[in-house]
Design a protein around this ligand. Structure first.
Ligand code: HEM
Length: 551
């Protein structure tokens, strides 16, 4: 009784706040009304259905081609949304004015509840303090130390696939194997924890909870928007008991998942802390031998100046945060790379020869860090895949106060006048299209949409450097920019290269008869039916006869 009254009160307050923000935006005329954009197909939903369409690639392409900098779109009930891929505007959003253009409030509340106060849940000075301590543990120097762990896990993967194809060419679901490998790699190299032996079917409670987090979040849908309000109105001590009885689908599941994540992260953290206090010998006995990101972080935290130290809740919060952020992104990037190589046998042969030559120069052993990262064609394949096939293609931000967004080139407003900048009122929802930016023909040339690794082997067009793209990686926005850019982008580069080097020197990958559909989602994934919800990527895998391949 009491719970439904509280729930009703929250819903009424939430709806009032939503309507107030909507009316304010509709009533107060701003630059948003003068920006050209696609007409809304429905007053009720606006463009939401097109934006959420898993096969909406043509819609996104049309939008980017028709409006090469910004466009106005519609949200539910006529709410104005800003679609952006102009480099200067993106610099402003991600770097210069990142405190104005923040993640949606519900997202930070949710990640705080789900994972604890890690990087995805903190803002401003608190976030900067965390990054200051975490940045060095993701440095190239630490990646180097983790090479043996990367190879150890990847050889397990190779053995697992070899067992399945040893009798002859076999169809293998590569997205499943890339997912398991990415989780185990971030487990061992990130947390010093093993989720999955890879050689047998095994389910780990922590790994399962992490994997089910994103699909369960999706079932909560519109209720998530009310989370900050719920937190503001209901005392902390009542949240859990009320959550258990509230008639909201998925809520109990997400509470259970968060509890499991916290318990397991705390358990691993405590083991690590004890080992650290016992000294280097005890640490060396652990998975990751004390070289994993969390062990290094714990050591760094102990020796940091008192004002720079993170408390235990923050350290524990980083564990699920990092694993969650690392998992599907890199595994799907690897899946897309394998699919592209299966489509392009000549490219696959050429990169394999490069890998063989590098292995031969090591007497057939694993390629060391410096040699691996500087293999030019392997590098070109990774860059090109991350340019054209962005794993997380859209970023969302909310303007927390009125702001003025500068543009690289003026656009012509609906009133016929040139607009050099756009006044963006507080509460405007901004969609940044990384895809549109990475495949902009004005920057990358007329073949911008084609997957052509060779483009990275010669100097890039001048338009690329002239665009002043703010992204942290290769003039691309794939890993975002500024203080919230992906902290793990070097980790993911290394992961992609180690996995590709080991797999391509053992197997040949070919397409099967089955069609593959890439679905637009927070992380793009493949399926064998259009709009399929189950990630699947069947690829024909053949064990290489090294002599034949080299002949
Ligand atoms: C191809 C693989 C990857 C892609 C495309 C990717 C992309 C991104 C993007 C776009 C962001 C910014 C999100 C935003 O603020 O809106 C981000 C943040 C983040 N990524 Fe990655 N990521 C990848 C791999 C990884 C890996 C391997 C790790 C960890 C080992 C990682 C850890 C993180 C963390 C912790 C954040 C939050 C950073 C912060 O807010 O300070 N990512 N990533």
């Amino acid at each position: 009784m009491l719970s439904s009254a509280i729930l009703q009160a929250v819903l009424i307050c939430g709806s009032t706040l939503f309507l107030w923000r909507l009316f304010r935006q509709l009533l107060v005329k701003s630059d948003l009304d003068n920006i050209p954009g696609l007409p809304s197909p429905s007053y009720l939903y606006g463009h939401v259905q097109q934006l959420r369409d898993k096969q909406g690639w043509a819609f996104y392409r049309e939008l980017a081609e028709k409006y090469p900098a910004v466009a106005r779109l519609s949200g539910p009930l006529g709410r104005k949304l800003l679609f952006v891929h102009d480099p200067k505007a993106m610099h402003y959003i991600a770097v210069k004015e990142q405190e104005t253009f923040q993640e949606a409030e519900w997202f930070t509340s949710l990640t705080n509840r789900a994972f604890g106060p890690g990087l995805l849940a903190t803002q401003g000075d608190h976030h900067r303090k965390q990054r200051k301590l975490l940045n060095p543990v993701f440095s190239i120097n630490h990646m180097r130390h983790m090479m043996p762990t990367f190879y150890h896990v990847t050889h397990k993967l190779r053995e697992a696939i070899e067992q399945r194809v040893v009798q002859g060419p076999t169809e293998v679901d590569m997205v499943m194997w890339m997912g398991r490998t990415a989780l185990e790699l971030v487990g061992q190299a990130g947390l010093g924890y093993s989720f999955d032996k890879l050689t047998e079917e095994s389910a780990d409670e922590f790994g399962e909870a992490l994997k089910s987090m994103a699909p369960t979040m999706a079932t909560l849908g519109v209720f998530l928007q009310f989370l900050p309000l719920v937190e503001a109105l209901i005392p902390e001590c009542l949240l859990e008991p009320l959550g258990k009885i509230a008639p909201i689908p998925g809520l109990r599941d997400i509470m259970h998942i968060s509890k499991t994540l916290k318990q397991k992260s705390t358990e691993i953290f405590m083991q690590k802390k004890t080992a650290l206090l016992q000294g280097d010998e005890a640490l060396a006995m652990q998975v990751g031998e004390g070289k994993d990101i969390m062990s290094v972080l714990l050591r760094a935290n102990m020796t940091a100046a008192v004002e720079d130290r993170l408390d235990e809740r923050e350290l524990i919060g980083q564990m699920s945060t990092i694993t969650f952020a690392a998992m599907d992104t890199t595994s799907n990037a690897l899946s897309i790379t394998l699919w592209r190589l299966a489509q392009n046998q000549q490219v696959q042969d050429r990169v394999r020869q490069e890998i063989f030559a590098a292995r031969d120069s090591q007497g057939g052993k694993d390629i060391p860090y410096d040699d691996l990262v500087s293999l030019p064609f392997l590098d070109a394949i990774c860059r090109e895949t991350l340019r054209v096939h962005v794993p997380a293609p859209m970023r969302f931000r909310e303007a927390r106060k009125d702001s003025v967004l500068p543009l690289s080139e003026p656009i012509r407003g609906l009133d016929g006048k040139l607009m050099h900048e756009i006044f963006v009122p507080k509460d405007t929802h901004v969609f940044v299209s990384i895809n549109a930016s990475n495949t902009n023909p004005a920057i990358w040339g007329p073949d911008a949409h084609e997957w052509k690794p060779e483009r990275w082997l010669s100097p890039l067009p001048e338009t690329v450097s002239n665009a002043n793209m703010p992204g942290v990686y290769s003039n691309l926005m794939t890993f975002w920019a500024g203080g919230r850019a992906c902290i793990g982008f070097k980790f993911s580069q290394l992961e992609m290269k180690v996995v590709l080097a080991v797999l391509l020197s053992t197997f040949k990958f070919e397409l099967t008869e089955k069609a593959i559909y890439w679905n637009i989602a927070p992380i793009v994934y493949p399926s064998v039916v259009p709009d399929g919800s189950k990630p699947e990527l069947p690829i024909k895998v053949t064990l290489l006869d090294r002599d034949v391949t080299e002949a």
